[in-house]
Design a protein around this ligand. Structure first.
Ligand code: G
Ligand code: G
Ligand code: MN
Ligand code: NA
Length: 254
């Protein structure tokens, strides 16, 4: 509860931070987009895991404030990079379950992109497969609503949830992000390799892009490329870094 009060203050006073991790094209190594990841350096407790921050926000009715802070801050950063004439990259943000199920996500995103005047196509919303299942009835409407705004959609942690093919077919998402648990041991786990093959062929038939998360080893890159995966994210390319460090990475790529 004390942490919740601190979090409320941190949101209000802008004492949270976003780090950014590149998603790269596996063939060229060029950055295609960046994912914004929440960081909270608590004055007393030090770094608080984003999972805990999200859990506290969900429990103490701060999900709306937190998610709006994340979306708005990511949009501002995207505009800063655009003004600095850096190579254009899409900005991906994570949405928490309560924002999806209890609040007007479409309304919030709409207001924020209007307010900042960011190109909607520059913004990518990530929701986990599980979150879309929690609100299985309204999911197609929410996602269609976001699509109508022009933002892109990614299904996060894909493969760890229980969504069915028929569920997936109803969701107007643009990309699937294969959970890192299937990627890291690809070379030694025939099951994971078969799983990834299945996802790639499913994605092809549904005309979705696929991102492999948790690419850590050169061998992962080799395996994924061989299987025809085109986008990846992971420590092999870069860990999540602060805005200045990411700006430098983008600049070096010009
Ligand atoms: O960045 P890190 O690997 O520590 O993130 C741990 C988890 O927290 C990941 O599952 C990530 O999706 C989630 N996470 C990070 N930032 C955010 C955020 O801004 N919003 C939400 N809802 N989840 C986040
Ligand atoms: O759940 P989501 O995919 O949003 O979580 C992203 C999280 O994964 C971030 O917290 C990030 O720090 C972490 N991450 C990113 N790349 C790697 C990686 O190569 N290996 C591992 N173990 N974690 C990673
Ligand atoms: Mn994510
Ligand atoms: Na993920």
């Amino acid at each position: 509860r004390e942490l919740a009060e601190d979090l409320r203050q941190a949101i209000l006073t802008n004492h949270l931070d976003l780090h950014y991790q590149p998603l790269v094209r596996l063939d060229t190594g060029r950055i295609e987009s960046v994912e914004a990841l929440l960081r909270w350096d608590h004055p007393k407790h030090g770094m608080v895991s984003p999972l805990e921050v999200v859990a506290v926000a969900e429990q103490y009715d701060l999900a709306l404030e937190l998610n709006e802070w994340v979306i708005a801050t990511a949009c501002q950063q995207s505009l800063v990079w655009e003004a600095a004439k850096l190579p254009p990259v899409k900005m991906a943000v994570n949405i928490s379950p309560a924002m999806y199920t209890k609040h007007d996500l479409v309304g919030s995103v709409s207001r924020i992109i209007d307010y900042y005047g960011i190109k909607p196509g520059r913004l990518m919303i990530e929701v986990t497969e599980d979150t879309t299942m929690q609100d299985i009835e309204s999911s197609p409407d929410i996602l269609h609503g976001l699509h109508r705004l022009g933002v892109e959609l990614a299904l996060d942690d894909f493969g760890t949830g229980y969504s069915s093919l028929s569920h997936l077919k109803k969701l107007p998402v643009d990309r699937l992000k294969i959970d890192k648990s299937f990627v890291h041991d690809l070379n030694n786990e025939p099951k994971d390799l078969r799983f990834i093959r299945t996802i790639l062929s499913l994605a092809k038939s549904l005309e979705l892009e696929v991102v492999a998360e948790g690419v850590e080893l050169p061998q992962n890159l080799t395996d994924l490329t061989q299987e025809g995966c085109t986008l990846g994210q992971g420590y092999l390319f870069s860990k999540p870094v602060d805005a200045d460090a990411l700006e430098k990475i983008l600049r070096d790529q010009q």
